[in-house]
Ligand binder design. Structure first.
Ligand SMILES: CC(C)(COP(=O)(O)OP(=O)(O)OC[C@H]1O[C@@H](n2cnc3c(N)ncnc32)[C@H](O)[C@@H]1OP(=O)(O)O)[C@@H](O)C(=O)NCCC(=O)NCCS
Length: 172
């Protein structure tokens, strides 16, 4: 399998993860998001087949958007002089695995690839947290990938805000 970055000239292949919104995003929106500089999308390809994908965009983890108990845990990660009202983050806008591969460990593998990709990135800016609005059905998957809740489950409808501390990863 190989990870490729979606480009405007990529010839899209069929993809089905069992969720119409996530399928539709990849087929109909991902290139537009790239063109409008709203999100970058990466495809995990098994030969010609798309086995999974994720989209990334910039974000911030803000006190005002987070439950008090969760914010206390976030603050504890920093010395007192660095208790800010928000911290830089990268958001996983979309994350999906093709139904053909569900339960095979590929989701975890793709999440590890995503984390490593971002940890190794020697870009011009920096961020501390990964964030995601997890589908309620996918919360156990994110928990197993060391994401923590930011608000009570179901607080924002069918998703739960969660975060992962990039400092947990060893330096590349
Ligand atoms: C959620 C999703 C990405 C998981 O991918 P996957 O390849 O099936 O997951 P993995 O096989 O790597 O599972 C890793 C671990 O998470 C657990 N897990 C995965 N999905 C789970 C679920 N829905 N409920 C409970 N546990 C789950 C697995 O049991 C496994 O645990 P283990 O290591 O103890 O065996 C995939 O099912 C999917 O694309 N679903 C549809 C789209 C979706 O919900 N995306 C998330 C949007 S926020």
């Amino acid at each position: 399998m190989r990870l490729i970055e979606l480009t405007s000239d990529y010839e899209m292949k069929p993809f089905d993860c069992g969720d119409a919104a996530l399928n539709g995003f990849l087929c109909d929106e991902a290139k537009l998001f790239l063109d409008l500089q709203l999100a970058r999308t990466y495809l995990l390809c098994d030969g010609e087949e798309i086995a999974g994908y994720f989209s990334l965009l910039n974000d911030k983890l803000s006190k005002q958007d987070v439950a008090n108990s969760a914010w206390r845990k976030v603050k504890k990660l920093f010395p007192h002089t660095k208790h800010f009202g928000s911290y830089p983050a990268v958001k996983i806008g979309r994350f999906a695995i093709s139904t053909r591969y569900h339960g095979s460990g590929l989701g975890r593998e793709l999440m590890d690839i995503l984390k490593r990709l971002l940890k190794q990135d020697r870009g011009y800016s920096m961020f501390r947290f990964l964030t995601v609005d997890a589908y309620l059905t996918a919360i156990p998957f994110y928990e197993k990938n060391e994401f923590k809740p930011l608000a009570p489950a179901g607080g924002q409808g069918d998703t739960q805000a969660m975060y992962f501390d990039m400092k947990l990863l060893p330096r590349p």
